[in-house]
Write a protein that binds this ligand. Structure first.
Ligand SMILES: Nc1ncnc2c1ncn2[C@@H]1O[C@H](COP(=O)(O)OP(=O)(O)O)[C@@H](O)[C@H]1O
Ligand SMILES: [Mg+2]
Length: 197
């Protein structure tokens, strides 16, 4: 491992939260907001298994709904695409998705250790390819897939993510542990691994 530790917020990006109110929709009536990021709002469905995620980023919408989206152990299960339910102040449409409920990484669990190792390796690769500017994250992720460093399932997940990023011309967003979550059984899940610059 070389250089400085990874920043908690990806370089040049502010921890902005989406300013919009929850869009009005019968499925969201009375539901509790349990998460919010720069592009999404997450509401608990209340059944202990699923959440409603209101997404405004086209990158997220592709990742969660494309036929060729990455699937498997480390990607979230999407149950239903409920369609467009409004428009964000940013101008992007709000899509309502019903997906599996995930949990923040707790300290000292295997998923958190794996996430830390992965973020450190990714950050090291980002530093190595920093001169590439906008392409840095894509190339760093690709670099991780040609030198597999984890177990088979995580290596495959990184490869699937890299292929998706290339195909859809989006950028990886895996430096921030907010975008990595886990299942009740402790599996590490790439909950929000891409963005559009
Ligand atoms: N499937 C989920 N289950 C429970 N909480 C979630 C889920 N997905 C995201 N969250 C919570 O919502 C927050 C924002 O979600 P995220 O996907 O990172 O949105 P954004 O696209 O705005 O970055 C996350 O930091 C997390 O706390
Ligand atoms: Mg996020």
């Amino acid at each position: 491992m070389t250089g400085t530790p990874p920043p908690s917020i990806p370089l040049g990006r502010q921890p902005v939260l989406l300013p919009d109110p929850v869009p009005a929709h019968p499925l969201l009536d009375g539901k509790i907001e349990i998460g919010r990021g720069e592009y999404s709002i997450v509401l608990d469905k209340g059944d202990g298994e699923r959440v409603y995620k209101v997404v405004s980023s086209p990158a997220d919408y592709f990742l969660y709904t494309a036929d060729d989206r990455p699937r498997g152990k480390h990607f979230p299960i999407i149950y239903t695409d409920h369609g467009i339910i409004g428009r964000a102040q940013s101008g992007y449409p709000f899509h309502l998705l019903e997906m599996e409920k995930l949990y923040p990484l707790t300290e000292d669990c295997e998923a958190a250790d794996l996430a830390t190792r992965m973020i450190e390796l990714y950050w090291t690769a980002c530093q190595q390819w920093g001169q590439l500017g906008m392409n840095m994250g894509r190339i760093a992720l690709h670099h991780m897939t040609v030198t597999p460093s984890f177990n088979n399932s995580l290596n495959s997940a990184l490869k699937a993510l890299s292929d998706f990023v290339e195909e859809y011309q989006v950028l990886p967003d895996i430096l921030n542990t907010n975008n990595l979550m886990m299942r009740k059984d402790g599996t590490l899940v790439f909950s929000d691994p891409v963005f559009i610059a």
